[in-house]
Design a protein around this ligand. Structure first.
Ligand code: HAM
Length: 424
């Protein structure tokens, strides 16, 4: 019998199949954090300077909030929700979007008594059971903004200019802003009847999927890819053209305000947003560099949603940006921040090196060191890679400060290293 000094991993019951992250999810590793943090920081800075306060809502909500809020006929509700029953038999859903939860919070906390509009922003994870592909995930991150309590076109314009400025500040190139209007709820209902009539008249030419959705969601026909449906839709009545009165005035005002702010856009009269709550202004931001999943952000007005969720009738508008798509559109991630000092230590000085690192960090100096027993040469390489401007070399009880740029070295008093570096 062979004896082994070390128990094998198996004896400890540790061997097994590798477990992977669930399909459609991803790990955001340190080298992707530069872009992600920049998106969060710049959004926060611009939104808070414009009077938006941060709100955090739970990652899951009662399922009804989304079936009612987002709409039973939408793909999000029909196919994409991660819904589960909790131990108390309640149906809960991982939030697929942020607008309905923010509206729920507005109602629940009586925010209609606050000065209107109430301007809120958020950032966090969202969940949709979609077919994963580049830029499309089952857990993704959104930064969003909602302005609740005013139907003024100033609100729509403020929101669009803010999202445009965030993208500009992030240096995302080539963004296209598409703008449309769906009109008021009544105007939209009348239009949908006309659209249904048009679709029924040409039913034979439509794809089976579109035909089945004539009653439920005829607008989706504008999104269809098959030749037959596209031909029928080319001749379909356009919602934008059928708008009248105040709806037209509202849209014209939003457009004029955007023109004055120097935000370029194109009017899109076939835009179909995937969520049912929109009224009047709708918009999307696309990055052509991204291919099929080019939509980095979208939003619009949703004047009926709060009333629909049991609150007082309250007009509102907002948008959300997809952080992962935006990071892709930004291309090369921003480089990781470098440490200030890297500590290189001989065998005898390793513990002292950790003490020094702790002291430096407490004094506000970003310091790193080798923790894997590398040779001095290996540690110097590591110091180089770390991007540190200086290295402290601890050897035989002596400390040497090395300028990593010039290679210049000078001995320093071991006891005063932290003080000296802290001063710099
Ligand atoms: P949305 O257009 O459904 O709008 O999503 C906003 C953004 O989230 C999209 O433009 C996209 O960048 C990103 N996104 C959506 N699904 C995925 C996915 N599966 N993987 C990666 N990114 C994704 C809303 O969610 C509305 N709540 C926006 C809004 C706020 N409207 C009014 N207020």
């Amino acid at each position: 019998m062979r004896l082994s000094a070390k128990p094998s991993a198996d004896t400890l019951g540790l061997m097994g199949e590798k477990i992977k992250a669930p399909r459609g999810t991803f790990d955001a590793l340190p080298d992707s954090q530069g872009a992600r943090q920049a998106i969060g920081d710049i959004s926060r800075e611009l939104l808070e300077s414009a009077g938006y306060g941060r709100i955090e809502t739970p990652d899951f909500e009662q399922t009804d909030l989304f079936t009612r809020g987002v709409g039973e006929s939408t793909e999000v509700v029909q196919k994409q929700m991660f819904t589960f029953t909790d131990q108390g038999g309640r149906s809960l859903t991982l939030r697929p979007e942020g607008t309905a939860p923010v509206c729920r919070a507005y109602i629940e906390h009586g925010m209609q008594k606050w000065p209107q509009p109430v301007k809120l922003w958020y950032s966090g994870p969202f969940f949709r059971h979609e077919r994963p592909q580049a830029g499309r995930f089952r857990q993704f991150t959104q930064v969003g903004a909602e302005s609740i309590g005013s139907d003024s076109p100033l609100v729509d314009a403020e929101l669009v200019v803010l999202v445009w400025d965030i993208l500009s500040e992030l240096g995302v190139q080539g963004i296209e802003l598409r703008l449309g209007s769906l009109g008021s709820i009544a105007a939209r209902a009348a239009y949908l009847d006309r659209l249904r009539a048009h679709l029924r008249k040409h039913e034979d030419a439509l794809s089976a999927e579109v035909r089945e959705r004539i009653d439920l969601n005829p607008l989706r026909a504008f999104d269809a890819a098959d030749e037959g449906t596209r031909e029928v839709m080319a001749g379909a009545p356009r919602l934008l053209e059928s708008l009248e009165g105040e709806d037209v005035e509202h849209f014209e005002s939003v457009r004029a305000l955007l023109d004055r702010s120097g935000v370029p856009y194109e009017v899109d009269d076939t835009m179909v947003r995937g969520l049912d709550y929109y009224t009047r202004t709708v918009f999307e931001l696309h990055s052509p560099a991204l291919g099929a999943q080019s939509q980095v952000g979208g939003g619009g007005r949703y004047d009926g949603l709060i009333g629909h969720l049991g609150g007082p009738p309250t007009p509102a508008a907002g948008w959300a940006l997809g952080v992962e798509r935006l990071a892709l559109a930004m291309g090369q991630a921003a480089p990781e921040p470098a440490v200030d000092v890297f500590i290189v230590a001989g065998e005898e000085d390793r513990e002292r090196a950790l003490q020094l690192a702790i002291e430096l960090r407490r004094a506000g100096v970003a310091a790193d060191l080798d923790l894997a027993g590398r040779s001095n040469k290996g540690q110097m390489k590591q110091a180089d890679r770390s991007g540190a401007a200086q290295a402290v070399i601890l050897e035989d009880g002596r400390a040497t400060l090395r300028d990593m740029g010039s290679g210049e070295q000078r001995e320093v008093d071991m006891a005063a290293v932290a003080q000296e570096l802290g001063r710099r």
